[in-house]
Design a protein around this ligand. Sequence first.
Ligand SMILES: [Cu+2]
Length: 146
Amino acid sequence: MRRLFVLLPLSLLLAACGGTSSTSSSSAGGPVLQTIQISEKEYSLTPSKITVAKTGTYELKATNDGTNTHALEIEGNGVEEKTGDVAPGSTATLRVNLSRDGSYEIYCPIDEHRGQGTAGTLAVGNGSSSGGMTTGETTTSGSLGY
Ligand SMILES: [Cu+2]
């Protein structure tokens, strides 16, 4: 019995996250749709593949979990923004307006860190652009009950 009362607030939370506003104004500096946490270290980004459903303003929160100074840059579809240097243990927030569907490169612009692996992609929309690596995580919808 008690379990029912535990589950209820959870489902309410999920519903709140799901479909709230459907504002599609493309004005810069709109409300932040989502803050995306990214961990940087030598030499990787975590997560390295990020997908968001729709265009809009996002905040990339880059935490330097490594031992060297890093930074975070996003580039693609006319966007090029980056943080300043992020010291080990520090966090920098980059607010970007991703107004077009497609794939954006995210990487550390310092030295050769990008080539060494501190890089990833942020995809907006359904990845309809060619050549992209679409994450085919289609889960079968058959229920266990059968
Ligand atoms: Cu770096």
